[in-house]
Design a protein around this ligand. Structure first.
Ligand code: MTE
Ligand code: MO
Length: 298
């Protein structure tokens, strides 16, 4: 069996919400494996980036466009008592707490590659639950074809929203079969810790075969719909950013090549590596796009 980062990292304690509520003793008695999430067959064995890199080189425009702005400014985001609305074409629309959607006992570790459309990449050990398990709780109705996601809109907490870089709130969407795919998760942690604010606390989407901008952070609503939702980057620049945004080394961004990527942390002389079709997840997801023109549906 492969060693996971949590087997070799001493601080592999998942500081969950119950710990803060005073159940710390019970947590100490729980084996480290349980605290850090069940391993799953979906993880890469590539070396994860350091916690330092993952939490200090971010895109989270609600806190500024600089790579260190989220680490510097996302501390102002209040994540306690966070609610996620699940509505639209579901049997049980309503407001759900993070712990209801992603109970700590259900967390799985997923070590995924993340490939940003800007042509850099990382490997991140997430903790999360399949989005499919969350949607099942709300009961998806037969006519639903897409899920539309939104991030919190609150310029008081999110200083970047005082500039109109994007049409806030940040919006994303998935086709229902993409949303239900076992690789698609809602993450509430990384490296065995509660998700840092700069990474999209308290709950964010992770879709590892798509460009990073699809993995929307700090989600406040998920709406099941029969119409393809509008997404922030497509609204801003439809000729550059499409709805699908599948990682594809053969389809360049109009302003740069997508054939290669820079792995963060590989050092000044680390060089570039080839970008893989569907970010290396082709075996699992290529079927979803059978017969589709991936150049048109970028
Ligand atoms: N709400 C929101 N979600 C977002 C973004 C953002 O600016 N706002 N940036 C996206 C982009 S471009 C990337 S590459 C990833 C980065 O995730 P990370 O900072 O956790 O590595 O988050 C995505 N999710
Ligand atoms: Mo990105």
């Amino acid at each position: 069996m492969k060693l996971r980062w949590s087997d070799v990292t001493p601080q592999a304690d998942f500081l969950n919400r119950r710990t803060f509520l005073g159940a710390g003793l019970a947590m100490l008695a729980t084996p480290a494996l349980g605290l850090s999430g069940k391993p799953s067959g979906f993880s890469t064995d590539e070396k994860p980036n350091s916690f330092e890199d993952i939490t200090n080189y971010n895109n989270f425009y609600e806190f500024g466009t600089g790579k260190t702005d989220p680490a510097d400014y996302a501390g102002s985001l209040k994540t306690a008592g966070w609610q996620v609305a699940i509505d639209g074409m579901v049997d049980k629309p309503g407001s759900y707490g993070v712990e209801d959607l992603a109970p700590d006992s259900a967390l799985e570790e997923r070590v995924y590659r993340l490939r940003c459309v800007e042509a850099w990449s990382m490997v991140i050990p997430w903790l999360g639950v399949p989005l499919a398990s969350v949607l099942a709780k709300a009961g998806v109705q037969p006519g639903a074809k897409y899920v539309a996601f939104r991030t919190l809109e609150d310029p008081a907490q999110m200083p970047g929203q005082r500039s109109r870089i994007l049409d806030w709130p940040y919006r994303e969407g998935l086709r229902l079969d993409e949303a239900m795919h076992p690789l698609t998760i809602l993450a509430t942690g990384l490296y065995g810790k509660v998700l840092p604010n700069q990474n999209g606390a308290p709950i964010r989407l992770v879709v590892p075969w798509k460009y990073g901008f699809k993995s929307i952070k700090s989600v406040v609503s998920m709406t099941l719909t029969d119409k393809q939702p509008q997404t922030s980057w497509q609204m801003l620049q439809p000729s550059e950013y499409g709805f699908y945004a599948n990682v594809n080394p053969q389809v360049d961004h109009p302003r740069w090549s997508q054939a290669t990527e820079r792995r963060i942390g590989s050092g000044l002389f680390g060089g570039r590596q080839d970008t893989l079709m569907f970010n290396g997840y082709a075996d699992q997801v290529a079927d979803l796009y059978a017969g589709m023109d991936l150049r048109k549906n970028y």
